[in-house]
Design a protein. Structure first.
Length: 121
């Protein structure tokens, strides 16, 4: 099963694929991040943020992405996704930061750039 994540303007940008663990892919089929519980890690192990109740938050507790039912704006229709590329080997994870208070404020991060900031290749 795949779950689309929408940016703050309602555009579908990345998706979560339920594999052996939830992996975040770009629309072009590149694995860039993954979830361990509610903690988001970049592919090279850097703690990036949290995924709580269908909302993706950055390290400051600001909203970066949403599942459709949590998106505060009308969502766009999804285009076709590319085939998934083979995944690189993940690096060891860093320890997660303490979770700040989660805000109803949007982050300055663009969603795909946010989840890709610690990707391999």
């Amino acid at each position: 099963m795949e779950t689309t994540l929408y940016d703050t303007t309602g555009r579908p940008r990345v998706y979560i694929a339920d594999e052996s663990e939830p992996v975040i892919y770009t629309w072009r089929g590149r694995a860039v991040a993954y979830l361990d519980g509610d903690v988001l890690y970049g592919w090279r192990g850097k703690h990036l943020g949290w995924f709580v109740d269908g909302i993706l938050y950055d390290l400051q507790g600001q909203r970066v992405g949403f599942i459709r039912s949590q998106c505060p704006v009308v969502t766009y229709i999804e285009s076709l996704k590319n085939v998934k590329y083979m995944k690189y080997t993940k690096s060891l994870r860093s320890s997660p930061s303490s979770r700040p208070s989660l805000a109803a404020r949007n982050s300055d991060w663009e969603l795909e750039a946010f989840v890709s900031q610690n990707a391999s290749g």
